[in-house]
Design a binder for this molecule. Structure first.
Ligand code: 4AD
Ligand code: MG
Length: 463
């Protein structure tokens, strides 16, 4: 069979018209009168279906194909013909239809629009729905755009470990990895579980971030990025937190906070532009059904500069606003989602960088500013989500880093190689982490992180 992808047929129909082609996919809808039948076929390559026309006496397996239920897998060979007078520009006149996989009448995805809540109950099938199908195509295109951006800008793609001995964020929100039988733990003389008997002869965990290892790579290659899964055992049951999510973490040597923000901004603009150019159908679909004005919002990002405010200025603006917040605002407090969203949605009505946070509320590795009160941190806040990027210039001065570790209650012995990195040509450097799921939410208008991951891992739920 001369198999073609439906997307390619729509992209350049003239190449296929009056030729015999083959397509494979799943039945979205099917209807028939006595002698003629219609199947809307979707192969996952795009939102739009291909109309297949079956004719009794002409199409092999005419009756069998039209008896099939929605969701069945079929392959079709036939001739592509133009249909200038119909709603669709062309259709496939089927010579023969093969049933590749039956479906039953209980197939849960019917023609009507299903709610996202309902689709969450059938994760194994929901990639075949219009909405989730579009989300996962955007996910794929955005991943590619990220790799393309970094490759074009001289970055080395690095793979950092998933199992780790160190807690990058020092926040202790990690999943432990063990090969011990929890029902038959070995105990030491003090009656505590004997971790020396475990696989790694010590505590091992799933990484919350590849940053620390990424810094080693930046000290060898100058500009690097990671793009991989990260894990957090935060007990936050929100629409923006997943226990397993993907993060993009660039790290640049010989660079400061301003360089870091410039990089974040140009990366984001590049990815949004690339998705607008390559996922037109999907973005128009989301604009119509999920978030009116999505297209305008994304175009605005591509064409405008991101504003920068310091944490101190942001606190001032929040305090002066008439808004009543659940969490009170004062200098020194961590910005909550309600504060972040108020800043980006109401005060700036656009993405905004907030910089120079108090050292007490940020991680030990962030570079201490000259005021000795704040650190060279940056968070990028976007409408609808809040924080999408978190980053900083890193503390390259060994003694200052050691002091910050002590003040943050982080044990030096757990980070000995990280400290040694400062001893051997450690230079000024900076980096950030972009939450990939939050980016996809931003690109699609999807408001719950559970709908941009096929099998989301969240508190109390693993399927
Ligand atoms: O701000 P975070 O915690 O920063 C770091 O992990 C740094 N080590 C990054 C770096 O500088 N290399 O996380 C970075 C981003 C957040 O801005 C957010 O978009 C996303 O990761 N994120 C989550 N996304 C989904 N679910 C969660 N539980 C997330 N936690 C963080
Ligand atoms: Mg953060």
């Amino acid at each position: 069979m001369n198999r073609v992808i439906v997307k390619d047929v729509f992209k350049d129909p003239l190449q296929y018209v009056k030729k015999e082609i083959g397509v494979c996919g799943w039945i979205k809808t099917s209807r028939c009168s006595k002698k003629i039948g219609f199947i809307e076929l979707n192969d996952g390559s795009q939102l739009k279906n291909l109309q297949v026309v079956l004719e009794d006496g002409v199409t092999v397996n005419f009756a069998e194909a039209l008896k099939e239920n929605v969701g069945a897998a079929i392959s079709v060979t036939g001739e592509l013909v133009e249909t200038p007078d119909a709603a669709q520009p062309f259709e496939l006149k089927a010579k023969s239809v093969e049933i590749e996989g039956h479906s039953s009448p209980e197939y849960p995805l019917q023609k009507k629009q299903h709610t996202l809540e309902f689709l969450r109950t059938i994760p194994y099938l929901r990639a075949r729905s219009n909405t989730l199908g579009a989300v996962f195509r955007v996910r794929s295109v955005a991943s590619f755009a990220i790799h393309k951006f970094f490759a074009e800008n001289g970055f080395i793609y690095t793979h950092t470990p998933i199992i780790t001995g160190s807690d990058c964020e020092g926040a202790g929100e990690m999943f432990q990895v063990t090969s011990l039988d929890l029902g038959a733990l070995p105990f030491d003389a003090e009656g505590k579980p004997d971790i020396t008997k475990d696989f790694f002869s010590g505590v091992a965990r799933l990484t919350v971030s590849g940053q620390l290892e990424g810094e080693c790579m930046a000290m060898a290659f100058g500009k690097i990025y990671t793009f991989g899964p990260t894990f957090r055992a935060e007990n936050s049951n929100t629409t923006r937190h997943a226990a397993e999510f993907w993060m993009i973490e660039p790290e640049i040597a010989f660079a400061d906070l301003a360089d870091n923000m410039k990089l974040a901004e140009s990366m984001l603009r590049y990815v949004v532009k690339y998705v607008l150019e390559n996922c037109e159908q999907e973005i128009l679909f989301f604009d119509e059904f999920l978030e009116k004005g999505l297209l305008k919002r994304l175009k605005l990002l591509v064409s405008s500069e991101v504003t920068v405010v310091t944490y101190t200025e942001a606190i001032d603006m929040l305090r002066k606003s008439s808004q009543v917040f659940e969490f009170p605002v004062e200098w020194g407090c961590d910005l909550q989602t309600e504060h972040e969203r108020y800043l980006t949605e109401h005060l700036f009505k656009n993405p905004v960088f907030v910089t120079n946070y108090p050292k007490e509320i940020k991680s030990f590795y962030m570079r201490l500013n000259d005021d000795e009160e704040t650190v060279a941190a940056m968070d990028l806040l976007v409408p609808g989500i809040g924080e999408i990027i978190g980053g900083s210039q890193r503390e390259e001065r060994l003694e200052v880093l050691q002091q910050r570790m002590v003040a943050s209650g982080v044990k030096e012995s757990d980070y000995s190689w990280y400290l040694d990195l400062r001893r051997f040509g450690g230079t000024k450097h900076a980096g950030f982490g972009l939450g990939f799921e939050r980016l996809i939410m931003y690109l699609t208008g999807i408001s719950n992180i559970r709908d941009v991951l096929l099998f989301p891992r969240t508190v109390g739920s693993v399927l």
